[in-house]
Design a protein around this ligand. Structure first.
Ligand code: GLU
Length: 425
């Protein structure tokens, strides 16, 4: 099976501190009531599970996993499951909070959640991966459900992992429950267009950002960090849209060719069969850190959080950053980039395409009525471009960064929902 490779460098700093700092800055600016701010600063539920798995050699290994619900004011909670050695409770908390804002920016009727297991999925056999996934699904079974918490793929997980979780949940409930999870294979209720959705959303948002900045996407140079599902799809679609993709990377390193890397689809195939980096490809072999600092028009960090930080932000030469990853830029780096006039399209807007099509998948499952791919892509385009416009309008009025504008929109929507519902009892 294929899994998304975890990215380059270990993340800098603590993503949960960063996520809270981003919220605090905007809540202060918006004059959010201190009680409400405390609600938003906390995750509502934090579930940790240590569970045993029988390995192929007969030994038993105990894995640690998490499922965190940040906020459910706007609906059932939504967010991916990550398999990576970098997973920690603080990382999952941050990712859950970012899901709350992402769903709110896109106007989806979901709250935010995230989960993960501390594991390198590439180090397990398919059988071990399946047993680990099924046991983890059983352990978080008390939290997930079509009306409660709907997981999805993230780094290190894919449609097959989602299928095992869907099946495990269905076995435990005595009936098929496709709407319990999104990002499934189409054969069991997945949505067409879901695999490419995050990368396609990155394309749509980049088109809008270029328009807003008076910059042509055609011929613009692009560097993409991360060649997993998001990075590879974004690179391919940006290339097809006329941009010149000059650098891509995976966890092994990066390749750079100032004249463009050519056919990205061929690179995707090459990564699948031989790996991205080994010899033979035209282009220079550079490091992930060097890729971030290339003199390009558009930089798409599509790997881990904390990649652009206080230590390298000053050296970023891209005119525009479109955040395919969650949390790739620390607050300290954000301030430096803003001072230097770099236009940053924030993660909660830029990579919302995945959860938008997850929403379509959930709706299709609940109705058992499935859409054509062109309809999925069209609706995705409409929703993500509308979200961009709403954020851009706030930005035009309030100034600051585009991230602050996106947060203002998201926080306002979550606060409104919380106020309408009131505090129980
Ligand atoms: N893991 C993806 C994200 O970070 C998708 C989440 C979802 O579809 O629920 O946005």
């Amino acid at each position: 099976m294929t899994t998304t490779a975890p990215a380059a460098q270990a993340p800098a700093g603590n993503p949960w501190h960063d996520a809270r700092e981003q919220l605090d800055a905007v809540a202060g600016k918006m004059g959010i009531d201190p009680g409400m701010r405390e609600v938003l600063r906390h995750c509502k539920r934090e579930f940790t599970v240590n569970f045993p798995v029988k390995m192929d050699d007969g030994t038993v290994r105990v894995f640690t996993g998490y499922r965190v619900h940040h906020n459910e004011a706007r609906g059932p909670v939504k967010g991916g499951l990550r398999y990576s050695l970098n997973v920690s409770l603080d990382e999952v908390r941050a990712l859950a909070m970012w899901m709350t804002w992402k769903c709110a920016v896109a106007g989806l009727p979901f709250g935010g959640a995230k989960g993960g297991v501390i594991v390198d999925p590439r180090a397990l056999s398919t059988g071990e991966l399946e047993r680990m996934t099924r046991r983890f699904a059983a352990e978080i079974g008390m939290l997930i459900g079509p009306d409660a918490d709907v997981p999805a793929p993230d780094m290190g997980t894919d449609a097959q992992v989602m299928a095992w979780i869907m099946d495990t949940y269905s076995m435990m409930h005595g009936h098929s429950a496709p709407a319990v999870i999104t990002g499934k294979p189409v054969s069991i209720g997945g949505s067409t267009g879901r695999v490419e959705a995050t990368g396609r959303g990155v394309l749509f948002v980049t088109q809008e950002a270029c328009r807003a900045r008076g910059m042509a996407l055609e011929g613009a140079t692009v560097a993409v960090q991360g060649f997993g599902n998001v990075g590879a799809t974004a690179a391919k679609l940006l290339g097809e849209a006329g941009a010149k993709v000059v650098a891509v990377s995976d966890s092994e390193g990066a390749i750079y060719a100032a004249d463009g890397l050519g056919d990205i689809a061929a690179l995707v195939e090459r990564k699948r069969t031989r790996g991205l980096i080994p010899d033979g490809h035209p282009g220079t072999h550079i490091t992930n850190a060097e890729l971030l600092e290339l003199p390009v028009d558009i930089l798409v960090p599509a790997a881990l959080e904390g990649q652009i930080h206080g230590g390298n932000a000053e050296r970023i030469r891209a005119k525009m950053i479109v955040e395919g990853a969650n949390g790739p830029t620390t607050p300290e780096a954000d301030r430096i980039l803003a001072q230097n006039g770099v236009y940053v399209v924030p993660d909660i807007l830029a990579n919302a395409g995945g959860v938008i099509v997850s929403y379509f998948e959930w709706v299709q499952d609940l109705q058992s009525f499935f859409w054509e791919e062109h309809e999925v892509n069209l609706r995705l385009e409409r929703i993500i471009k509308r979200a961009f416009q709403e954020v851009a309008d706030i930005h035009a009025g309030a100034g600051g960064t585009l991230r602050e504008a996106a947060y203002m929109l998201a926080v306002r929507r979550v606060v409104e929902a919380t106020q309408s519902r009131g505090i129980f009892p």
